[in-house]
Ligand binder design. Structure first.
Ligand SMILES: [Zn+2]
Ligand SMILES: [Zn+2]
Length: 421
């Protein structure tokens, strides 16, 4: 059983007066006080490292805090321990004849469930157990942006998590954690957001991780794929058979995993039965011959079956794939990583893939540790950012957890992304 001290509750006669000690003398920073009408208390949280102090003042004569103060005077009121599975913990305690105030978990603040243990079983201490609410990931529905003759539809293959340090290279955590808060394993949340183009042909750019990953990999990368391409493509009104072209920015698993699928007989086959798959030749060769450094991201089953089934088309240069859609090599992330430019009616949108994985990567030196040639990324980014700002390119973000599309703006020497709703 994992138990973490969440906070210590302290009953006070006068909240304002108590701050002269906790805030002024101890120098702790306070949060805004909160009324809890159901308990007839005013609560003041004061963060102290990973735990907090909670000062409790009664707001009515029948408040539990009033009764507590009459009986015991001001002081320690309760401690709150955080657990992962409150139901299991209560069952365990019952088995050991621990006296509980709440036999079953009940709803506490912020969607958490809580239960109290009687002080007589906890050596005079009132103990609150708390299981925090797990925020439910919301499915990201397809969004359509019309660019001249081409419909750009963002389609989600779900989310995954990567090590925050690796995502920001030489940038210290103190800076990046504000923009991309890490989970308890230091990972940050990333989208696997592909782009569907409907113009002269129907084209899918990248295809997320797909579902061939092992449960161990799914745990390492914390895959959230309850809503994935299997759902987002139909939601956009497109069946797998409707895709004419699948275009790869590069062949890392989070971009190319969805190119193939495992058939009922266990064989791996192309996922889009009518599609021609277009990959840059240098990228395909590098992916077919991974080295010690690149092996963790290149899985042959994602792209070798495309060659075996003769649906692979290799391109060598910055070519036009269909009217209004062309690729441009960026290098940096991998030697042959490419982005996709979509041009129609005098407007340009750019699917930047791992050149700018998230909006947090706008500053030039915020380059991923994963990049094989970080100085190439830096140089390409420097020139491209200037171009994108001047020509007002609409940037399509593949990995940003919140921003699917936006314009890079510059004001007073500061760059930021203006999100497109
Ligand atoms: Zn990549
Ligand atoms: Zn990626």
């Amino acid at each position: 059983m994992k138990v973490v001290l969440d906070h210590v509750g302290i009953a006070v006669e006068d909240l304002e007066a108590s701050l002269s000690f906790f805030r002024d003398a101890l120098g702790l920073e306070i949060e805004a006080a909160e009324e809890v009408p159901s308990q007839r208390v005013r609560a003041q949280f004061i963060p102290a490292g990973p735990s907090s102090l909670e000062l409790l003042q009664a707001t009515a004569p029948d408040s539990p805090i009033t009764r507590f103060l009459e009986k015991r005077g001001p002081g320690l009121h309760h401690i709150t321990l955080r657990v992962d599975d409150l139901g299991a913990v209560l069952a365990h305690l019952r088995q050991r004849n621990v006296r509980l105030i709440d036999e079953e978990p009940r709803l506490g603040a912020e969607g958490a469930t809580v239960a109290f243990i009687h002080p007589s079983s906890a050596h005079g201490v009132l103990v609150e157990l708390k299981q925090p609410a797990v925020p439910q990931p919301q499915p990201e529905m397809p969004k359509t942006i019309r660019l001249g003759d081409i419909d750009i539809v963002t389609v989600s293959d779900g989310f995954f998590y990567l090590d925050g340090g690796a995502m920001f290279g030489v940038i210290p955590k103190t800076f990046w954690e504000k923009k991309a808060p890490p989970d308890e394993r230091n990972r940050i949340r990333m989208a696997m957001r592909c782009v569907l183009l409907r113009g002269a042909r129907t084209m899918l750019i990248d295809a997320g991780s797909g579902d061939k990953m092992t449960s161990k990999q799914a745990d390492i990368y914390r895959l959230e794929r309850d809503f994935n391409l299997q759902h987002s493509l139909p939601a956009a009104g497109v069946s797998p058979e409707a895709i004419d072209v699948v275009l790869a920015t590069h062949l890392h698993f989070d971009h190319a995993g969805g190119f193939t699928e495992r058939a009922p007989d266990g064989a791996v086959r192309p996922r889009f039965p009518r599609a021609q798959y277009i990959v840059r030749r240098g990228e395909f060769e590098d992916a077919m011959n991974p080295n010690e450094r690149t092996r963790g991201s290149y899985f042959l089953e994602n792209y070798k079956p495309l060659a075996d089934h003769h649906v692979l088309q290799l391109v060598d240069d910055d070519v036009t794939i269909m009217p209004g859609v062309r690729v441009r090599r960026t290098g940096g992330h991998t030697m042959h990583h490419q982005m996709v430019l979509i041009e129609s009616a005098g407007k340009t949108a750019v699917f930047v893939a791992d050149l700018l994985p998230t909006a947090a990567h706008i500053p030039e030196v915020w380059v991923m540790g994963y990049d094989l040639f970080p100085l190439d990324t830096l140089n390409f980014k420097r020139a491209f950012l200037r171009e994108a700002i001047e020509r007002e390119y609409l940037i399509l973000f593949e990995h940003d957890p919140d921003i699917a599309a936006g314009y890079i703006r510059e004001r007073d020497g500061k760059r930021y992304v203006e999100k497109v709703a």
